[in-house]
Write a protein that binds this ligand. Sequence first.
Ligand code: SAH
Ligand code: SF4
Length: 370
Amino acid sequence: MQRTDIKSLSFRELEQALKGLGMPAYSAGQIFVWLYKRHATDFGLMTNISKPSRLLLAQHFEIGSLKPLARQTGRDGTTKYQFMLSDGYSIESVLIPMGRWHTLCLSTQVGCALGCRFCLTGIKGFKRNLSVSEITCQLELVQAENPGTPVSHIVFMGMGEPFANYDNTLRAIDVLTSEYGYQYSHRRVTVSTAGLVPQIRRFIGESRANLAVSLNALYDDTRTAMMPINSRYPLGELIDVLKDYHKKRKGWITFEYVMIKGVNDGIGHAIQLAKLTRDFPFKVNLIPLNRHRGADYERPDDDRVQAFQEYLLGHNIVCMVRTTHGEEIDAACGQLGGGKVERNTSDLPQDSGGHPAQHRGNFQGGIDGH
Ligand code: SAH
Ligand code: SF4
């Protein structure tokens, strides 16, 4: 019999599944605690569940995990983790320390189908969605490697478009925020989307997590050239749904704005962006393009970035320039590649940047470059 990965169920789905097996619904809480607080890898360990029930669980379910492949730490402490999935694909997660906070950037897909022209994940194309288990196991393994530094914030900004894997993203948020699961406050969980309007509409009603939108341009022609999805959901529709988000949720939206030389770094874009404050409050993360092989866009000069930021700050818009975390280890936004692991991991190159990767736990020091 094909067994289901028990970590791919939301809390409610597990309750239902247990009822179907004749077990009490309250065991869902017990099992969640075993899985997500105690990280049990075997149903046999779940001693507060009766032995026959444990056997029944083992007949119907398996407990999924990821295989740690490699980790690599950059000068600023940003660490990229690479994991292998059971079918041989690899994915990446990035842990970013910022003062006393530690933000973990999770992947939701192997690759991405949206094909943004500046993004390595997009350029490499789409392979498949991640299961809920594959999404939350990234947190489990990164946390296990760093027991002294609790991950304080979760952002769905790694490989893939979370809203193209909408149901599993919401199930993963359920596990992350459940009182029996990881118990994160929704305020500490942020989902980033390239602007899938119907899913944003669903998200407004179905989740309390924060929303970030990769805006990247204020004119349809520029945005479509950078992000083909804009021809399907143009700026007008995107802004309309964000107005709704603000009306119903009252929360602030975060705009991510990848700056590309000569494309979207002009002050005209800043002026248009500032006008949006009439519709709802937002903050802006300016991300000067991280270059990688595969895209021939250029990063703007620092004075252009500064002028753009100053214009927004001058209009009372909270605006940060996102310093490039981990660019030298290809862990910065848009540099995550992943793909199929073709060779023995012992062949992986060792970190050679003069800042030796740390070797700890299950991860190897080097990481497969792109
Ligand atoms: N698919 C989602 C989430 C993952 S992408 C989304 O697009 O929002 C995470 C962020 O990296 C996005 O804001 C994207 O605009 C940014 N990004 C992609 N490629 C980049 C690059 N080459 N340089 C800087 N930021 C990049
Ligand atoms: Fe996909 Fe986001 Fe990259 Fe666009 S920026 S290709 S939506 S991961």
